[in-house]
Design a protein around this ligand. Structure first.
Ligand SMILES: *Cc1c(COP(=O)(O)O)cnc(C)c1O
Length: 370
């Protein structure tokens, strides 16, 4: 048996056909499929505008630039993939780390403590695919005149109180990396209802070039972070299946919740979600109880040996050398404990319920030996 990864793509014959057709089309780049994909994404999310690009990292970079975050500060979470804040640094903006709550998301109760001169935005992350506390963050941003930016790279297809993630913040970023909800191999997007922001993003991802008939003009320094037609074709085909993918992940997550109920070793984030949150279940995180933290490396090794492709999400960003050197050593005790406790179990649309059951049993057996 091969290692069962914590997340993986699901490609079927429809996807192959779509990419092959695009490959045989008149345009491989800057053709009609990219705009068609953007329209389809906007309709699915219930937002006015979507800009797609090469990946979520470039989407974040362009968004921070389009919102003029240079030389400002953004309150953000230490529990994310490092791209969320690396792109703040690339924009010459300073991340202010706010500690997390028990769900792994930025804790709204701690936001006020992070306020300081120069803060212009909150950049939150929907950890594991589960939305942040939307009303609390919105109220905080409204109170202080801040932008609400959501790195929703884990959460495409998720919802909060019946509204799709992507339609809740001032701007939301998604990733279509291979292992995210749907994939374009590599790919990213920004969703927003702000028309001016949309136009600025369109310019930034394509050299800053404006066309007026035969004439062109460049007023803004732009890049080339455009998605290509093959990726858009794959994205259009994948988008048709997103709700089935998410339903499958939810089925596995619920099975796990049940099989792990009252176990003595760990708690499950999914089992404790607010009824308002419909997670995209990019991750199925468990939190080991403190008596096991000291043996986590051995536990991870044993799980890998048993063909479980477990991972740890995430080493808190403020503890990385780059960030310590730039911002000084900081203490964010909840994020640091979370890191000691967390393991992401395999949970994806290609997994059978039988394999999920086997995975759960194996995990419990292995932990019984520690
Ligand atoms: C995956 C991910 C990214 C980066 O996405 P890419 O498309 O690989 O650039 C950024 N932020 C978060 C939270 C992610 O999980």
């Amino acid at each position: 048996m091969a290692i069962n990864p914590y997340s993986t793509q699901c490609i079927d014959t429809d996807d192959l056909k779509a990419v092959q057709q695009a490959l045989q089309g008149a345009h491989l780049a800057q053709g009609p499929l990219v705009e068609k994909f953007e329209r389809a994404l906007a309709d699915y999310l219930g937002v006015k505008h979507v800009v797609v690009c090469t990946n979520a990292t470039s989407a974040l970079f362009m968004l921070y630039q389009a919102l003029d975050l240079a030389h400002s500060k953004a309150i953000t979470t230490p529990l994310s993939f490092v791209a969320t804040t690396n792109m703040l640094l690339a924009t010459k903006a300073t991340p202010i780390f706010c500690d997390i709550g028990q769900d792994g998301n930025i804790d709204p109760a701690l936001l006020e403590n992070c306020l300081q001169e120069g803060v212009k935005a909150v950049v939150s992350v929907d950890y594991g695919g589960a939305s942040v506390d939307i009303p609390a963050i919105k109220a905080f941003c409204a109170r202080h005149g801040l932008l609400f930016i959501s790195d929703s790279s884990h959460a495409f297809g998720g919802a909060y109180a019946g509204v799709k993630i992507g339609a809740l913040a001032d701007a939301s970023v998604f990733s279509f990396h291979a292992i995210k909800s749907i994939t374009t191999a590599e790919g990213g997007a920004v969703a927003t209802n702000d028309h001016a922001l949309y136009q600025r993003l369109k310019l930034l991802i394509s050299h800053g070039v404006e066309k007026d008939g035969w004439d062109t003009q460049v007023q803004t320094l732009g890049f080339n972070f455009r998605m290509n037609e093959l990726q858009a074709a794959l994205g259009l085909s994948q988008l048709k299946k997103v709700d089935t993918f998410i339903a499958k992940r939810e089925e596995i997550a619920c099975l796990y919740d049940n099989l792990f109920k009252d176990n003595p070793y760990f708690t499950c984030l999914h089992a404790k979600l607010s009824p308002k949150v419909k997670s995209a279940n990019h991750l199925y995180p468990i939190l080991l109880k403190p008596f096991l933290w000291g043996r986590k490396t051995q536990i991870l090794d044993a799980l890998l040996q048993a063909q479980m492709g477990v991972q740890v999400h995430y080493k808190p960003i403020h503890t990385f050398k780059l960030y310590e050197n730039l911002l000084g050593k900081q203490s964010l005790p909840k994020a640091e404990s979370f890191y000691k406790a967390e393991i992401s179990l395999p949970c994806h649309q290609k997994m059978s319920l039988a394999l999920a059951k086997h995975t759960a049993q194996t995990l419990l057996e292995i932990l019984g030996g520690f």
